[in-house]
Design a protein around this ligand. Structure first.
Ligand SMILES: C[C@H](N)CC(=O)CC(=O)O
Ligand SMILES: [Zn+2]
Length: 303
């Protein structure tokens, strides 16, 4: 966090949650565009984007599904656009990187290690699904490998960096921080590193305060002041992790991709609602929210 300015990122729809889990999950291009504009107006400097099949809400990396909402968001906001290269963990790296390769965004996500990605515990909570693929995708995650090998990461860097795209480095555990250190020491990634530490995904680190301290301490030791720290908390712990990180000098990510909730037991009706909650937590600590251009300066983005 530079000079008391906290960068809020908002992840609009993602690929993990499915339409039957919440009537408020944006699916169509118009819903994604409207929700993103609302999140930007509420204070999100960075908007993280995935696309979905407009009929059944299935995650889809077809650039033609991204184009309509990218146009609207660029027209109506000056937010930094961050396109996913994670897609859905079951997709191939080639499929996952198509939107970033096509649109050369200011920022793209980059997942820093191969891991299990356990979504199946959500089957304990959700029973009734509108579409067949929903329960199948959750069940299939019992045997899912989210593939991000060193060769995959190098390939993504070699294709996207020359376009001027910089990265949100998704680190789900300390091993991912060491992977990033490997690429940093070889000059394949440049400071300031925007490190998104992800908490509470089964297959990665948990979301206990000790886990947050451990990831922060490890990142400080490995990267010193060559990085900007950000956190995302999956599920109900999202806002607790926002509060803790902001008090420790961190930036924050919210959005329906990471959590469907606006506080315990209350479904978030919009992404803007979560941005507003995060903003209240940040401003209550005497901190202020970074504008998109302040975020660009802090993260050295191409603009
Ligand atoms: C935990 C989040 N799903 C991390 C993420 O947003 C990955 C990506 O899109 O590349
Ligand atoms: Zn994502």
């Amino acid at each position: 966090m530079a000079k008391g300015k906290v960068i809020i990122s908002c992840a609009i729809t993602g690929a993990i949650h499915t339409p039957s889990m919440s009537p408020y999950l944006p699916v169509s291009a118009q819903e994604i565009a409207e929700s993103a504009v609302g999140a930007a107006e509420a204070g999100a400097a960075i908007i993280h984007l995935h696309a979905r099949n407009p009929v059944d809400g299935r995650p889809d990396q077809d650039p033609d599904l991204f184009r309509p909402f990218l146009g609207v968001i660029k027209q109506r906001t000056d937010a930094v656009l961050n396109l996913t290269t994670g897609g859905h963990p079951s997709m191939t790296v080639q499929e996952r990187m198509r939107p970033a390769e096509t649109f050369a965004p200011e920022v793209a996500s980059l997942n820093m290690g191969t891991m299990g990605f356990g979504l199946f515990p959500m089957l304990d909570r959700y029973k009734d699904f509108k579409h067949d693929w929903e329960a199948k995708a959750l069940e299939a995650s019992r045997d899912l490998v989210f593939k991000n090998t060193y060769a995959d990461i190098e390939h993504l860097l070699s294709v996207l960096s020359p376009q001027g795209t910089r990265f949100e480095f998704e680190c789900y555990d300390t091993s991912h921080l060491y992977n990033l250190k490997y690429f940093f020491d070889r000059g394949l990634v440049k400071a300031p590193l925007f490190i998104q530490t992800c908490f509470g995904i089964l297959g990665g680190i948990g979301s206990h305060p000790d886990d947050i301290m451990h990831m922060k301490r490890t990142a400080d030791r490995l990267f010193g002041d060559h990085y900007e720290w950000s956190v995302l908390g999956a599920g109900a712990r999202q806002m607790s992790i926002v509060a803790m990180a902001a008090s420790m000098g961190g930036n924050v990510r919210v959005g329906l991709e990471d959590s469907l909730w606006a506080g315990r037991g209350r479904l978030a009706e919009t992404n803007a609602q979560q941005v507003t909650l995060a903003r209240q937590i940040i401003e209550a600590q005497g901190l202020s929210v970074a504008t998109p251009d302040e975020a660009r300066a802090i993260l050295d983005l191409k603009g």
